[in-house]
Design a protein around this ligand. Structure first.
Ligand code: C2E
Ligand code: CA
Ligand code: CA
Length: 405
């Protein structure tokens, strides 16, 4: 999109010429003589649009527009619309394509020359193909949404728990709850196979509620068991998708679930990603403050991968940072990654934030995190995510670092 200045008397577009642009009057006046409109001739002012046939590929204009005063115009091109459509909600793009196609056919039928009717532009060809694929995708989405809904109703989701240990004492300090889908045909699926779809089909809200409730129930059970064993208390951390923060009643719902399950809120941690903080469109900050005030801990997940603005750490009520596993993977061979990890560790100590190091797979990685005085560690070296029955065998255990030093 760009703007142009036109002088009184300038012809902006002419009847029968092939159009490429539509226009919005920002200031001034434009006189239009329109063959396709019952109005015939009229004058447009600020905010009015004209030349919209220009946005339908290879259609000619059916009007002539002349500047009635010196005017400022916003110019919209076909590719502007295509670009915006490509990033819009798929349903919107589908409808736009559909109506463009309809419009194209109707205008050609009524006003087009035989030659125009015969030509099948590459742009139009492209759009028709896109129209077909997006309709198929949309149908597919409804199918997946139904499947996810059925999975919830049939209790096919299950939480696995990955132990998180204290890097100081080696005790099991908590667990990250990670969703799995016991698919009737495909077997046990990891979130990689369905979480994106759950977000796109708006099922993440319902699934997220189930996850949260089950995680609270388990946090309560684990701690009851831990207190019987006289072992330290444990937390359960839950992944919250950015989309869940667009639900205004999220905070109340989480509080209600915590009360109903009788869990101590400080045994529950909410893992969020930066995208929630970056958008902050729906008052995420206030929601996080409320959640924290209630007693839940707020953990910033995958730290270091995104924009990682340090200002978030001041602005938002964060208790813990999780260093992304890509740093753990790279830090022993790549000096830059190691420096970043050191900087994050130093900063967190200064800001009284706790750190969880993710994706620890080797003793060398574990030792380095211990040297950097990071608080918690998680990864395959310590344990893979476990089904619930195996969690009870881990509760109260302690990892020995003897061989690491
Ligand atoms: P995440 O939050 O970064 O979770 C950690 C992922 O790393 C888990 O994958 C875990 O199995 C894997 N992992 C743990 N230790 C290691 C290690 O040492 N090496 C490697 N290579 N990987 C390790 P998982 O369970 O497949 O989950 C993938 C992602 O799905 C999670 O990434 C999280 O973003 C999302 N997710 C999982 N459960 C939920 C949920 O209940 N709700 C939402 N919204 N997202 C979830
Ligand atoms: Ca996580
Ligand atoms: Ca993570």
């Amino acid at each position: 999109m760009h703007r142009i200045q036109v002088k009184k008397g300038d012809v902006i577009l002419s009847d029968k010429e092939i159009g490429e642009y539509a226009y919005i009057v920002e200031s001034g006046k434009v006189a239009v003589t329109d063959r396709a409109s019952s109005l015939g001739s009229y004058t447009l002012g600020p905010g009015d649009m004209f030349g919209e046939y220009g946005l339908i590929e290879e259609a000619t204009h059916y009007s002539t527009a002349v500047a009635a005063e010196d005017s400022l115009l916003v110019v919209i091109s076909q590719s502007d619309i295509e670009e915006k459509s490509a990033i819009a909600d798929p349903l919107l793009s589908l409808f736009l394509d559909f109506f463009m196609d309809r419009c194209h056919n109707l205008t050609l039928k009524h006003y087009g020359t035989d030659e125009q009717i015969q030509t099948f532009s590459s742009r139009r060809h492209h759009r028709e193909k896109r129209l077909q694929t997006s309709s198929e995708e949309l149908v597919q989405r409804f199918k997946i949404k139904d499947e996810l809904q059925a999975a919830l109703e049939n209790s096919e989701f299950e939480l696995f728990f990955q132990p998180i240990i204290s890097l100081r004492g080696g005790f099991t300090s908590g667990f990250e709850a990670l969703i799995r889908w016991n698919h009737p045909e495909k077997g046990l699926l990891t979130p990689y196979h369905f979480i994106d779809m759950a977000e796109q089909t708006d099922m993440i809200g319902e699934i997220g509620n189930w996850v949260f409730k089950d995680a609270c129930l388990k946090a309560k059970e684990f701690n009851d068991q831990a207190s019987k064993l006289r072992s330290p208390e444990v937390f359960v951390s839950v992944n919250i998708s950015a989309k869940q923060f667009s639900e205004p009643d999220l905070v109340e719902r989480f509080k209600t679930i915590a009360r109903e399950t009788d869990v101590k809120p400080d045994h529950v941690e909410l893992e969020i990603t930066e995208s929630i903080l970056m958008a902050d469109t729906n008052g995420a900050k206030e929601m996080l403050q409320e959640l924290k005030k209630f007693g839940f801990k707020i953990v910033l997940d995958d730290f270091g991968t995104g924009y990682s603005s340090l200002s978030y750490l001041h602005k938002f009520p964060i208790d813990k940072l999780k260093i992304d596993r890509s740093f753990t993977h790279a830090m022993l061979d790549d000096q830059d990654s190691q420096e970043i990890v050191r900087a994050i560790a130093g900063l967190s100590h200064n800001m009284n934030l706790e750190i969880v190091a993710e994706g620890i797979e080797t003793m060398e990685q574990l030792s380095l995190y211990r040297d950097l005085d990071c608080h918690f560690g998680q990864g395959y070296l310590i344990s893979k995510p476990l089904p619930i029955d195996q969690v009870y065998q881990i509760l109260g255990t302690r990892m020995s670092f003897g061989e690491a030093k």
